[in-house]
Design a protein around this ligand. Structure first.
Ligand SMILES: [Zn+2]
Length: 103
């Protein structure tokens, strides 16, 4: 039952939290530039001391992210929160639900 709830939460998060909006909120500098195949330049990388805007990219549809300077990458916004704030999977889900008012 608990697993089913988690599955539901994940589906709702993917349905309601648009990666573009999520990263706009998370990133202190928002300089989005469009590139090919849905990858957007998202400004400074939050995972290392970054000074070259353009190394951190996110995928518009999936929320996947990658930094071409430090090499960190992940598959979605949940994964991003886990990495950035050192959260467990469940904690990241709870944070997203809270911040995006998903019930
Ligand atoms: Zn980086």
């Amino acid at each position: 039952m608990i697993r089913q709830h988690l599955r539901f939460d994940i589906d709702e998060i993917k349905r309601q939290v648009r990666p573009y909006d999520f990263y706009s909120k998370e990133q202190s500098i928002n300089r989005f530039g469009y590139s090919s195949r849905g990858w957007l330049t998202a400004g400074l990388c939050p995972f290392h001391e970054d000074s070259s805007i353009g190394s951190f990219k996110i995928h518009e549809e999936s929320g996947a992210y990658i930094c071409f300077s430090c090499g960190i990458k992940g598959g979605d916004v949940i994964d991003f929160l886990q990495n950035k704030y050192n959260l467990s999977f469940k904690e990241a889900i709870a944070k997203l639900k809270d911040e995006w008012r998903i019930v």
